[in-house]
Design a protein around this ligand. Structure first.
Ligand SMILES: [Zn+2]
Length: 269
């Protein structure tokens, strides 16, 4: 599997996977740089629900998807309620959540589509974006996996939906686990650690109790994907911590909640 890279276009830094781009997949994760929002949302804030001005967020979103010649009316967003429900997106859902958070698909944290002309979009400040591509059936997916979504195994729900609805074979799927809060910064309380261990008794190494207790969300998602039948050679992990990398990313935990959001997008050309 090819690696992910940083790309810079029109003053905007973003993460992408050249190997997917070559196959007609628009796939990107934005950094915080290259937008128009003021502090504490400086500058490429993509979140409409964080207290920033809507007009600035629209401009930031447009600036980003302009890189692929797309319009806001092609974006599809879900509410991101830290659940583990998945929805299949079709072109009539185009534009939901793009300009008004209240029109986002309710109760949903993961989206899948096999249709061209729309772009799935989710928003982040520490939770993990997990991107899916089936090169055989030409289906893409995107899951918002914070700690609650990880506990709810949202990534295996996404795989199962791709298999049952679109006829994907798990072993054909390629998956990218994007940037999120790393075990270096994701300290948790003992009672949560206990719940994590109870939820994943078969997973070694996801909780570190050396000094403070920390949880490795990326490793947990990798192990869930493994169990769901994904070929380990087809799972890519970004490994960058959103809390450590202040110049590149917004981080909810680092900024005590007052911050912007990065945007993950995936779609078929
Ligand atoms: Zn960190």
């Amino acid at each position: 599997m090819d690696k992910w890279i940083w790309q810079k276009e029109q003053e905007i830094d973003y993460i992408t996977i050249p190997h997917w781009r070559e196959q007609g997949v628009i796939m990107a994760f934005s950094s915080r740089n290259g937008g128009v929002s003021p502090s504490p949302f400086q500058s490429l804030n993509m979140g409409l629900h964080v207290g920033d001005q809507a007009e600035l967020v629209w401009a930031n979103r447009q600036r980003f998807i302009d890189l692929w010649g797309l319009g806001l009316e092609q974006m599809v967003c879900c509410q991101q309620v830290h659940g583990s429900q998945v929805v299949c997106v079709s072109s009539e859902m185009s534009g939901l959540g793009a300009k008004d958070y209240n029109t986002s698909i309710s109760g949903i944290d993961a989206m899948i589509t096999d249709q061209t002309g729309i772009i799935l979009a989710t928003f982040y400040a520490d939770c993990q974006p997990v991107f899916f591509f089936d090169p055989q059936k030409r289906v893409v997916g995107l899951a918002h996996s914070g700690w609650k979504g990880t506990m709810g195994r949202i990534v295996s729900n996404t795989v199962n939906t791709m298999v049952h609805v679109y006829g994907s074979k798990a072993e054909n799927l390629e998956v990218f686990i994007g940037p999120g809060i790393g075990p270096c910064c994701f300290q948790i309380q003992a009672d949560l650690a206990k719940k994590v261990t109870a939820a994943f008794p078969e997973f070694d190494g996801i909780i570190d109790r050396n000094r403070e207790i920390s949880w490795d969300l990326s490793l947990t998602n990798r192990k869930i994907l493994d169990q769901a039948g994904i070929d380990p050679n087809k799972i890519m992990e970004c490994g960058l911590c959103t809390s450590c990398n202040k110049d590149s990313f917004f981080s909810y935990r680092r900024e005590n909640g007052k911050t912007g959001r990065m945007m993950a997008v995936i779609g078929l050309q």
